[in-house]
Ligand binder design. Structure first.
Ligand SMILES: NC(=O)c1ccc[n+]([C@@H]2O[C@H](COP(=O)([O-])OP(=O)(O)OC[C@H]3O[C@@H](n4cnc5c(N)ncnc54)[C@H](O)[C@@H]3O)[C@@H](O)[C@H]2O)c1
Length: 375
């Protein structure tokens, strides 16, 4: 039940790219948002979105937007390695309602600094782990909470991704340090697995990686690892984001098996149940400004775009649920399953611990000092 009087939202959206656009359009349609300000360092892109959503304010300077008197909630939807400054500035300005895109940061020292600043400010900061809002995972979470399969002993997670995502994500930046499959994308499936195992803490991880197809981009193809949790549970976390562009999954395909002492839950989220084939050339599932895939795609798993599915330009699915749920969290005080900043920091540390284990070729004990990671 809502816990407080409705608060009219004055929303600042920092970053008007693919995901900022989706969230800003939803803000315009959300009745509790009374004022909407946008910011992007790319003025043409930002002004186009400002016109499309009839924004109340636009600037290329995030400090100017965050400092506006109308603003009481801030969404940070900038590139993976550009979340830190707007977050710290929003906290400095006393903002209490923050939504930050995943990963929280790409450097664990920054990420820890952000969590400490959020906690010191008493702010409610959540992070964009959108898949928590895909309905099948909500029902799994509920069944596990009710203990229907007994204590969980084993979790097996497999994520397969089309290489369009790393190409589009990494080609646009020269700051490629830590843009690995686990840090950028495996973080979603790791967050999901850890959320479903809530209460268990990882105590060690051993992982291996391969970088044959994507090393030219400065990233790896795949990372496979095994975590041991404090109660002895074993968790196998595997991702490859090097599937060829012609693979029908346009973005993400996930499988998770959860074995308990008296039951099992087997999750199939690969989207192979809805396939289209056509002589026409299909576009990229994930296509920031200017990205043109070099191969033609003719077959698509239609629901494999993680944010949701399009109808008349409107997005329906997990990212709508997640975004509107956050507006409700701010507006009415609704309790929501968003990831906290502390969980996002844990996710970053776990994903980087897999990378460091693969680099060293040895098992890494957890917790690990942030200073040892990714450096
Ligand atoms: N939750 C999800 O399911 C999901 C899905 C895709 C991407 N993401 C995440 O969302 C974030 C944004 O991804 P995207 O695909 O929209 O990227 P994008 O490149 O399309 O957009 C990012 C925008 O941020 C702008 N920007 C960068 N620094 C800025 C600053 N200091 N002030 C203002 N604007 C700035 C860039 O100019 C760009 O327009 C990333 O962290 C990404 O990992 C989340």
């Amino acid at each position: 039940m809502p816990k407080k009087d409705n608060m009219e939202i004055g929303l600042a959206v920092i970053g008007c790219g693919t995901i900022g656009r989706i969230r800003a359009i939803m803000a315009r349609d959300y009745p509790g948002v009374g004022w909407l300000g946008l910011c992007d360092i790319n003025e043409d892109l930002g002004k186009k979105l400002a016109a499309d959503v009839d924004a109340d304010f636009f600037t290329t300077d995030h400090e100017e937007l965050i400092s506006r008197p109308e603003v009481n909630a801030v969404m940070i939807v900038t590139d993976e390695n550009k979340h830190v400054d707007p977050t710290l500035f929003a906290l400095e300005k006393g903002h209490k309602h923050l939504f930050i895109e995943k990963p929280l940061a790409t450097n664990p020292l920054d990420s820890r600094k952000m969590v400490e600043a959020i906690e010191a400010a008493g702010a409610d900061a959540v992070v964009g782990y959108t898949q928590r809002f895909r309905r099948r995972f909500l029902t799994v979470k509920e069944r596990l909470s009710q203990g229907q399969i007994g204590p969980v002993t084993t979790v097996v997670t497999r994520a397969f991704m089309n290489r369009m995502v790393p190409i589009a994500t990494i080609e646009k930046t020269n700051e490629r340090n830590n843009l690995t499959p686990m840090v950028v994308s495996g973080t979603h499936s790791l967050d999901m697995s850890m959320w479903l195992m809530e209460g268990k803490t990882p105590t060690s991880v051993y992982a291996q990686s391969v970088d044959t197809a994507l090393s030219y981009l400065g990233t790896k193809d795949s990372t496979l690892g095994i975590f041991t949790m404090d109660d002895g549970t074993i968790f196998s976390m595997n991702i490859s984001w090097a599937l060829p562009i012609v693979w029908p999954g346009s973005v993400y395909g996930l499988e998770i098996g959860i074995v308990g002492t008296k039951g099992v839950i087997d999750i199939e989220d690969t989207h192979r149940d809805l396939v289209m084939a056509t002589e026409d050339v299909l576009g990229a599932g994930y296509s920031p400004e200017g990205f043109k895939p070099k191969f033609e795609r003719h077959v698509d798993f239609l629901t494999s775009y993680p944010p949701g599915d399009l109808w008349k330009g409107q997005l329906w699915g997990p990212m709508r649920e997640e975004t509107n749920a956050w507006y409700a969290r701010v507006h009415t005080g609704l309790e929501t399953p968003h990831a906290t900043a502390a969980e996002a920091h844990r996710n970053l540390v776990c994903t980087m611990a897999m990378d460091i284990s693969a680099k060293r070729g040895e098992r890494v004990e957890l917790p690990i000092a942030e200073e040892e990671l990714g450096l």
